[in-house]
Design a protein around this ligand. Structure first.
Ligand code: GLU
Length: 604
């Protein structure tokens, strides 16, 4: 334990071994429940422990924000490779009393001393490789925003103190959770780099191996860290003081093991970056789509702008009497168009001018929709539209082709949805970027640091809105979304999956609103991820169902899966639909990522 931390009740590393160990006889929620229908509050996450934590808070009278923080903190324990206090995220809140949607941008920021050429190796003058150099590095660690997000959300809308909201997570970290296939697989996928850091190896490869499926994994050091944050507050226990100093040390001088030959570039994080970190409260993005009001995350995420623009483009087509293939064709085209504009125009608005009103203008969408031929796929990549001059009238000749945008966003992250008895809603996506983040556990504290700054463009270009700039937030794709109908909440949804987050949320909305699926069907349906590339990465089941018909229109669908993951699946969404008479339908993935956990307070 680090000198200077106050004593805490959960066992410290000196008192109890961490990692996989024997199960004490105590109930551990592990059942996967893809759908739950009922009243009085609901939650959906990827993980039974996290959903149980939120449900307990709701049952004890806590509100959606209390429950969301409890679930998120628990995900930091049970899904430590996807999320935690070493990372950041975006929190969208619907307040039942005022009917207002607000957001918290808890995105990681670039250190103030991070130079534009941080991704060039000073030793060689050449760009670092993305893998392994940038992915496993200090240079990609951004100032974490998650602890500050929880603190802000609770202070603004919660009823619990941070200490109380963290209690369920502290309990899970102390008594341990059951290791499932996903946890073991994700550990094995990261084995080489986890072995490269002493603290990571000790925590996640406890006996030289990834924890076995069915064994119990405890993390007393994380329990102690959470306890300290709860007792002394985020400033003293996280953003300043010994833990802050330790994070800075680790980033600036990564603590590698002797045997590793992984190159691990040093980073720029400083104590003043941590001390000065602030979440941003900002207005949500908003579009109206076929009578629904769709609220999302404004930049620095590209989620709200890209989902919103694509919906506006889709709305130009009347789907009455159209076949599913025609609807999907339009979705493929609209999404590609919105991605072209995302690449050209979206970055952190504190650093670059983001034309959000134009991107979400129906007239702009009308002009973009001119590219869509109902009988034929356009040639990708498409060029961006011109936000400086448009009038909604189709130009005589289509714009010349564009370039494929670099896409280095990774498939990790986690998402959760909570509704309480009063009808307040939280949609929250949080991440440490790559599965396993930077690979660096903060010694003695049980959590991984993010590698979020890999979300900046790796090649510096002064015209690129997502170029590296000191203090800037890298562009995200996280798309926590809340949909109202006639001023009343209808649906909340979100997903992990890097840039496929946008298409997952968009396709689920199309499934639900345009293809008439139930929310259960909308989440389970096979996915395709049109991101303005020549070939469109798609789940094999999607190709089986629609491949031939869409190929006839000129779409080239290829199986999903990339250099980082062999999984041919896209996203791992959660959603809650709010029906008449207070009925809630909470849904999680039936299959993807091993299936999720949807729960309601009073099951039907
Ligand atoms: N870093 C990604 C983003 O901000 C999220 C990573 C993921 O979902 O895997 O959009």
């Amino acid at each position: 334990m680090i000198a200077g931390l106050v004593a805490v009740s959960p066992p410290t590393s000196a008192e109890a071994p961490h990692g996989a160990q024997q199960a004490p006889a105590e109930a551990r929620p592990s059942a996967k429940t893809p759908t739950a229908i009922g009243k009085g509050g609901a939650v959906s996450t990827v993980d039974p422990e996290a959903s149980a934590a939120a449900l307990k808070v709701l049952k004890q009278g806590g509100n959606a924000v209390d429950a969301a923080v409890a679930a998120a903190a628990t995900l930091g324990v049970t899904e430590p490779y996807s999320a935690g206090i070493g990372g950041g995220g975006y929190f969208v809140h619907y307040d039942a009393k005022s009917g207002k949607v607000s957001t918290i941008d808890g995105r990681e920021t670039a250190p103030k001393k991070m130079p534009n050429d941080a991704f060039i190796d000073p030793a060689t003058g050449k760009a670092y490789n993305f893998t392994p150099e940038l992915v496993t590095s200090g240079v990609s660690v951004g100032t974490p925003g998650t602890a500050a997000t929880w603190d802000r959300a609770l202070k603004k809308w919660g009823t619990l103190s941070l200490a109380d909201a963290l209690k369920p997570a502290i309990k899970v970290a102390t008594r341990g959770f059951k290791v499932d296939d996903t946890f073991r697989e994700q550990t094995l996928d990261n084995e080489e780099r986890f072995r490269a850091f002493k603290a990571t190896k000790k925590l996640f490869l406890p006996k030289g191996d990834a924890p076995k499926v069915g064994s119990i994994f405890t993390n007393p050091e994380l329990a102690a860290t959470y306890t300290d944050i709860g007792e002394r507050g985020i400033k003293k226990a996280f953003y300043q003081g010994p833990l802050a100093k330790l994070m800075v040390d680790v980033v600036r001088k990564p603590r590698t093991t002797k045997g590793t030959d992984l190159p691990v570039p040093k980073g720029y994080l400083s104590r003043s970056d941590l001390k000065d970190y602030k979440v941003l409260g900002q207005a949500p993005s908003k579009v109206s789509y076929r009578g629904y009001d769709v609220y999302g995350m404004a930049p620095s995420s590209s989620g709200g702008s890209t989902v919103g623009e694509a919906l506006n483009i889709l709305e130009r087509t009347d789907f009455t009497g159209k076949t599913p293939v025609q609807v999907l064709h339009t979705y493929l085209e609209a999404s590609a168009l919105a991605f072209a504009d995302r690449a050209k125009y979206v970055g952190d608005p504190r650093y670059v001018d983001v034309p959000l009103p134009q991107l979400l203008d129906d007239k702009f969408a009308a002009e973009r929709a001119c590219v869509i031929d109902p009988a034929k796929a356009s040639v990708k990549p498409l060029a961006a539209g011109d936000v400086a001059s448009y009038d909604g009238v189709c130009p005589p000749a289509p714009a010349a082709g564009g370039t494929e945008a670099e896409d280095t966003e990774n498939i990790s992250t986690t998402n959760l949805t909570v509704v309480d008895a009063a009808g307040n809603i939280v949609e929250y996506t949080l991440t440490i970027e790559q599965t396993g983040g930077s690979g660096m556990v903060v010694p003695g504290h049980g959590f991984l640091l993010n590698n979020e700054l890999t979300d900046f463009s790796t090649v510096y270009d002064a015209a690129d809105p997502n170029r590296i700039q000191p203090g800037k937030r890298p562009r995200s794709s996280m798309s926590p979304t809340i949909v109202l109908k006639d001023g009343k909440p209808f649906l909340a949804l979100g997903s992990p999956g890097g840039s496929t987050i946008i298409t997952t949320v968009l396709q689920m909305l199309v499934n639900r609103i345009d293809l008439g699926m139930t929310v259960q069907e909308a989440i389970a349906a096979p996915r395709t991820s049109p991101r303005n590339t020549a070939t469109v990465s798609s789940e094999p089941e999607f190709i089986t169902a629609y491949g031939a018909a869409l190929a006839a229109l000129g779409h080239q669908l290829v199986p999903a899966g990339d250099a980082f993951t062999s999984a041919a699946e896209i996203g791992a969404a959660t959603a809650i639909e709010l029906g008449p008479n207070g009925q809630l339908t909470a849904v999680s993935e039936p299959v993807r990522r091993g299936g999720g956990s949807a729960r309601v307070v009073d099951p039907k």
